[in-house]
Design a protein around this ligand. Structure first.
Ligand SMILES: [Zn+2]
Length: 83
């Protein structure tokens, strides 16, 4: 069918993502494989870049709110020292 991905070996149109740790590789990869004959048709990073960005943004947000807590705490300390 036009516009559909086909397995080059068996013509299958169903694919699965399988976690693999290739020999000599110190990180995990996700192989996209034909679900019928297991021929790998692509590799994607185990750690999705988009998901990592979301994680980083959350960390920065957490850090920011902690920093403002410290700032308000410092403000209270300074005020109590001045009074
Ligand atoms: Zn196949």
């Amino acid at each position: 069918m036009f516009g559909m991905s086909n397995c080059a070996k068996c013509g299958g149109t169903l694919f699965k993502v399988v976690e693999q740790s290739p020999y000599g590789s110190n990180f995990k990869l996700m192989f996209v494989q034909c679900s019928a004959c297991n021929v790998p048709i692509g590799v994607v990073n185990y750690y999705d870049t988009g998901a990592q960005l979301v994680e980083q943004k959350q960390l920065i947000k957490d850090f920011g709110s902690r920093l403002s807590n410290v700032e308000s705490m410092l403000g209270r300390i300074i005020r109590s020292l001045q009074s």
